[in-house]
Structure formats: structure tokens, C-alpha cells
Design a protein around this ligand. Structure first.
Ligand SMILES: Cc1cc2nc3c(=O)[nH]c(=O)nc-3n(C[C@H](O)[C@H](O)[C@H](O)COP(=O)(O)O)c2cc1C
Length: 442
């Protein structure tokens, strides 16, 4: 038998011709990409992405609350399925945005520019962190057609604030993302235990970690030092910019937490859309709507700030009801599957947003990695909608509440016909017992 014949029998796969092809053979889910990122990054850097505040209850809740909702698909034809939608008056190829993440070049030397290009190709907006490691202008030049938003850290100095807003506007950012969840920095104990600082300081452990992750170490050493260049014009030279733990120092010093008056003032200074990020209290959502805020991002900051916080999904139905369509609603925290996005939209969100998933892609394979994560999520959304029986995002939002049920709602099920009413009362039937035990699992 000749080699050619063996090949035709064994269907031998040749080597992948591109990073994208390699990823499509190895990564079938965001979780696969997460594992790849964990291998590429030093443990302390990976933990910086992964970690949450204190006991990480908020972080875990972000995942479990998605599992508490189950689909009730409807039967019927699904034709011309489309993920396209609109957000803040502009088109999006799917109802997803990329959330701001500070320090992005720590994970891959191409950092924010790689993320911006992948977001542009996928047709979705990207929120650049004020504490990005690439300037806002550089990101604009790298992806001029991208719908880009800026995650402003408002300062108490109104002159400086106006200068920053003018700069953001001149660099083509259409919307501001303003946090209402950062009055203090969450206590991320993994970072303290790991001795992690931003930018990383050189310690014996750093050298060992670098040697064990040579690809990351080479990228890190061969490129510009990790810094926050958007701040160069804002922070005078001095002790602040040379503090090893400059991130925390900056946030605790120069940048003031906002209150409602600051937001009122910001509303008058910025003509474009404002997204309030970190709203979970329906009262605040209504205040935001009253103030003329365009959108809220319901979020517990990926579980990185206050621990024991409600997840976005826990409070979404209440917020949807309280705001009655007066603000657009974006949901983030724990989204790892297209089906998670479908659940949030079925409950009334306009779009979802992700942080860690795109950072896994970036750490694993730069722009191609981010693109692969977005491709996976789009394919999962499409498949979920097809199986659920909806063709468009509008249909999902209109009919969604009939297609999804929380585990606590299980008791409201009508009895299946196979249990004749003469034999079982509602409280005795096997179905009722099942529902009963299901909602009381500790
Ligand atoms: C490494 C990292 C850095 C972050 N930096 C910021 C930031 O600068 N500003 C901000 O509003 N949110 C920041 N976040 C939170 C995200 O914007 C987003 O709310 C969160 O990651 C969503 O949860 P997910 O990671 O489970 O998708 C950061 C998150 C991570 C993982």
C-alpha cells in the first residue's frame, strides 16, 4: 500500500495553516480558550483576570444565576435567523459589546488594538478603559470604523474633566461609560497573595514565572513598558506615576467617585450617549432614566468589587419593569455562552457585554483569539435561537418571557395530563414533588 492510499483511508489532518484554523480545531467553547490562556500566562497574571473580591461570592453567583433559568422552546418554523440589532441608535452585528478592562497589554503585547480590531471585524462596540495601556488616539487609528466607547474615570477638577472630554470626543468616541461601582477598589485577595502589582514589579517569583512562560515574557520584555498613557496629560510627573501600585493610588486619589450631581454636570457637558455601568438597584436605574442617561450596564463588575452582590441576571427583571423602556439595558457578568446572551435578552436586556472571555482569547492568541471567542459566541447564539424557535432579536425580546422559566417558578407548572386528577392532588403528584425538591436544594 502506498502512502497516498493510507492517507486517503486515514483522513489525516494536515497542519493548521493559520492561527484561526488552529484555534477552530482546539477551542470549541470559551472554557477551552480559558484553559489555553491559563497555560500562556504566568499564574499571577491569569489570577488577576480571574479573581473576584473577598470570598468571590459575587463572582460565583454570576455563573450560577444563569443556570437557574431554563428554556421552554416553542415549535414552529425559524427562517432567515438574524443576530443583528441596534444599540444606542446604531447597528450591531449581534447584541454584544466588549466591556472595558484596564491593563490589557499585560495579557498580550497587542493589547487594546487587537481587541479593537477584532470588535470592528465582528461589528460590535468596544469600551476602552481610561486605564488602558494604549492611548485612546492609538486605538482610534487602529480601528477607525469601530463603534468605540470610553470608560471615563471622572475627576473632581472640572477644567481637567472638560479637557479629557474634548480629547475623548476628538478621538471619535461616541459614548461614555461611567462607573457607579468603584467608590473603593474591591479586595482581590488573589492579587495580594500572589504579590501582583500593576505594572508588575520584578521579584524572584516574577523571574521564575517569566522563565516558565517564555512566550509571554518575551512579549512583555520586547515591548513598551506597561503604563497608562491616557493619564500622561492628566497626572503631573511625580510620585503618583512612579508608585509601583499606581493603579490603586490613582483611583484612590486623583479620581473622585461620582455622585448624582456629578452625573447631572456630566450630562450637560457630553452630548453623546452616556452608559452608567454598575447599576443593580432598580431605584438607581430609575434615577438614571430621570437624569437623561441613555443606557445602564447592569453589572457587579465581574464580581471584582463588592462581594455578596446580586448578579445582573438576579435583578434584571425588576430593572426592566422599573425603567419601562426609558433606558437601554446592557447586562454583564458571567456570560460564557451564546445561550447566556439569549437568556438575558429573553428577560428584557437590549444587549450583553463580556470582559474575561475576550481577555482569554487575547491572552491565548492576540486578535485571532478575540475573534475566535466572538465567533464561538455568535454561533452559540444562532444555534440557541434556532432551537428555541425565534428568528430575530426583536422576536426574542418580545416573546422571550414565555420561553424561559426560573427554577423558583417551577411550582407554577400545570400538572401533566398523564397524572389523572382523581389519583393525585396537586401537592401529592410526582410532578409536584419534583418541583418541590428542585426549588429547595440548599
Ligand atoms: C482584568 C479586568 C479588568 C477590568 N477593568 C475594568 C475597568 O477598567 N473598568 C470597568 O468598568 N470595568 C472593568 N472590568 C470589569 C468588566 O468591564 C466587566 O464588567 C466584567 O469583566 C464582566 O464580567 P465577566 O468578566 O464575567 O464577563 C475589568 C474586568 C477584568 C476581568
Amino acid at each position: 500500500m502506498r502512502i497516498k492510499d493510507i492517507r486517503s483511508l486515514a483522513a489525516v489532518q494536515g497542519p493548521a495553516r493559520s492561527v484561526a484554523e488552529r484555534l477552530s480545531r482546539r477551542c470549541y467553547s470559551v472554557e477551552d480558550m480559558r484553559k489555553l490562556a491559563a497555560r500562556r500566562l504566568p499564574g499571577s497574571v491569569f489570577d488577576y483576570i480571574e479573581g473576584g473580591g473577598e470570598d468571590e461570592v459575587s463572582l460565583r453567583r454570576n455563573r450560577t444565576s444563569f443556570d437557574d433559568w431554563a428554556f421552554l422552546p416553542k415549535w414552529g418554523s425559524v427562517e432567515h435567523l438574524k443576530l443583528g440589532s441596534t444599540l444606542l441608535g446604531g447597528p450591531v452585528a449581534m447584541p454584544l459589546t466588549l466591556s472595558p478592562t484596564g491593563g490589557t497589554r499585560l495579557f498580550h503585547p497587542d493589547g487594546e488594538t487587537a481587541v479593537a480590531r477584532a470588535a470592528f471585524e465582528a461589528g460590535i462596540p468596544y469600551g476602552l478603559a481610561h486605564l488602558s495601556t494604549t492611548t485612546m488616539e492609538h486605538v482610534s487609528a487602529a480601528a477607525p470604523g469601530l463603534r468605540r466607547w470610553f470608560n471615563l474615570e471622572p475627576t473632581a477638577d472640572k477644567g481637567l474633566l472638560q479637557a479629557v472630554l474634548d480629547r475623548v470626543s476628538n478621538a471619535g468616541y461616541e459614548a461614555l461609560v461611567v462607573n457607579v461601582d468603584c467608590r473603593a477598589i474591591g479586595h482581590r485577595e488573589r492579587d495580594y497573595r500572589n504579590g501582583f502589582t500593576a505594572p508588575p514589579s520584578i521579584k524572584p517569583k516574577t523571574v521564575i514565572e517569566g522563565a516558565l512562560h517564555p512566550r509571554w515574557a518575551l512579549g512583555f520584555l520586547a515591548n513598551d513598558a506597561i503604563a497608562f498613557p491616557n493619564l500622561d496629560a492628566e497626572i503631573p510627573e511625580g510620585p503618583l506615576s512612579s508608585t509601583p501600585d499606581m493603579w490603586r493610588t490613582l483611583l484612590a486619589g486623583q479620581y473622585e467617585p461620582t455622585d448624582w450631581d456629578d452625573l447631572r454636570d456630566l450630562r450637560t457637558r457630553w452630548n453623546g450617549p452616556i452608559i452608567l455601568k454598575g447599576v443593580v438597584n432598580p431605584r438607581d436605574a430609575v434615577m438614571a432614566a430621570d437624569l437623561g442617561i441613555d443606557a445602564i450596564q447592569v453589572s457587579n463588575h465581574g464580581g471584582r468589587q463588592l462581594d455578596h452582590m446580586a448578579s445582573a441576571l438576579d435583578v434584571l427583571p425588576e430593572i426592566v419593569e422599573a425603567t419601562a423602556g426609558r433606558v437601554e439595558i446592557i447586562v454583564d457578568g458571567g456570560i460564557r455562552r451564546g445561550s447566556d446572551v439569549v437568556k438575558a435578552l429573553a428577560l428584557g436586556a437590549d444587549a450583553c457585554s463580556i470582559g474575561r472571555p475576550y481577555l482569554y482569547g487575547l491572552a491565548a492568541a492576540g486578535q485571532a483569539g478575540v475573534a475566535h471567542v466572538l465567533k464561538l459566541l455568535a454561533a452559540e447564539m444562532t444555534r440557541t435561537m434556532m432551537l428555541l424557535g425565534v428568528s430575530t432579536i426583536q422576536e426574542l425580546r418580545d416573546e422571550g418571557r414565555d420561553l424561559i422559566r426560573h427554577r423558583s417558578e417551577a411550582n407554577t407548572c400545570t400538572l401533566p395530563t398523564e397524572f389523572p386528577p382523581a389519583q393525585y392532588s396537586a401537592s401529592q403528584s410526582p410532578a409536584a414533588e419534583l418541583a418541590y425538591s428542585d426549588t429547595r436544594i440548599p
